[in-house]
Write a protein that binds this ligand. Structure first.
Ligand SMILES: [Zn+2]
Ligand SMILES: [Zn+2]
Length: 333
């Protein structure tokens, strides 16, 4: 099969993904083989490729927002029929036995496997995954539209949940890429007023189109104090700026897996019961709840499509803020 393989982490400007033939994976017991149709491009892929996350598997095929159809069932994998359309996300598998898994926080599992990082991902024509970690993709979402729901969508949704935001409240988004452009649709559906702080004017424009009350540059102070903020951009210097914009008792949620150093700041910015917390991965329940809400709203994703062979180009565009919405790789029909 064709796949985009990363042999060693390197700057994306050097086009480190090689589009080559590799052996097709085989489903083990409890696993399914999925024929990939589309795979979303996520900033985490960039962190994996550029080595900001320590390598877990080398070489590796990135990609963790996979939409495809069941090609083959492994032994003891009868949950999905051959031909069923499914999605594969970042959380590839957990041990199911650690204290976090047993207490309903499988996103914090002590022994997790991650798609496109510790196991091969969806920048390929085929992928295997444990059937229990595979999602049903709701009808009504074309393959391209569905892919960004699987990480950008789910992680944005978990970030919204952890922010504690409620109807009528004011929420800031710092960075307005793939995750934010989905999360704003959920926030608006819940009756939340959204303020978008993002450096790229194209992203500011998209935020306004999607119902933001205000959009400005990353370090512009929003016109009203915020009840909560979600920082999607991986830049630590945003944290003190977001704290400044926050009301007493407000929360800042950091939505990324990697962030540059957070500069030190005055305790006064945090005092008055303001909170900072991160989001790590998601539970399968987050994913299922989000896909249900995404269908109800319904969420519309803005996607820019690239062929699988041009994954490097898609990732370079992402790094340069040149994607309004989400980049998606088209793999097969
Ligand atoms: Zn666990
Ligand atoms: Zn992701």
């Amino acid at each position: 099969m064709k796949a985009c393989v990363l042999r060693a982490p390197a700057a994306i400007e050097t086009n480190p993904l090689e589009y080559v033939d590799v052996a097709m994976p085989r489903p083990k017991s409890g696993e399914v083989l999925v024929c990939v149709r589309t795979c979303g491009v996520c900033r985490t892929d960039l962190h994996v490729i550029e080595g900001e996350l320590p390598p877990r598997k080398t070489p590796v095929i990135p990609g963790h927002q996979v939409v495809g159809v069941i090609e083959k069932q492994g032994e003891n994998a009868r949950r999905f029929a051959v031909g069923a359309r499914v999605g594969i996300a970042w959380l590839h598998q957990t041990d199911g036995t650690c204290e976090y898994c047993r207490s309903g926080a499988e996103n914090l599992c002590d022994n997790p496997k991650f798609t496109g990082y510790s196991v091969d991902g969806g920048y390929a024509e085929y992928i295997v995954a444990p059937q229990d970690f595979v999602y049903v993709i709701p009808e009504g979402f074309p393959d391209e539209q569905a892919a960004p729901l699987l990480c950008a969508g789910i992680i944005g949704f978990r970030s919204l949940r952890l922010s504690g935001i409620k109807a009528g409240a004011r929420l800031g988004f710092y960075g307005f890429g793939a995750a934010a452009h989905v999360a704003i649709q959920v926030a608006r559906h819940w009756g939340v007023e959204v303020f978008a702080c993002t450096r790229d004017v194209r992203h500011q424009k998209l935020a306004l189109e999607l119902g933001a009350a205000w959009a400005g540059s990353t370090f512009d102070e929003p016109p009203k104090k915020l009840d909560a903020a979600i920082v999607f951009a991986p830049a630590g210097e945003i944290v003190p700026a977001a704290l400044k914009a926050l009301k007493k008792g407000g929360a800042i949620v950091l939505g990324g897996i990697h962030m540059s150093r957070i500069p030190s700041f005055d305790y006064q910015l945090l005092y008055q019961e303001r909170m900072i917390r991160s989001v790590a991965n998601n539970t399968r329940k987050d994913g299922e709840d989000f896909l249900r809400i995404a269908t109800e709203i319904p969420i519309r994703t803005h996607v820019q499509i690239f062929p699988l062979s041009e994954a490097n180009r898609a990732l370079n565009a992402l790094k340069n803020d040149a994607i309004p919405g989400a980049a998606v790789l088209h793999v097969s029909d």
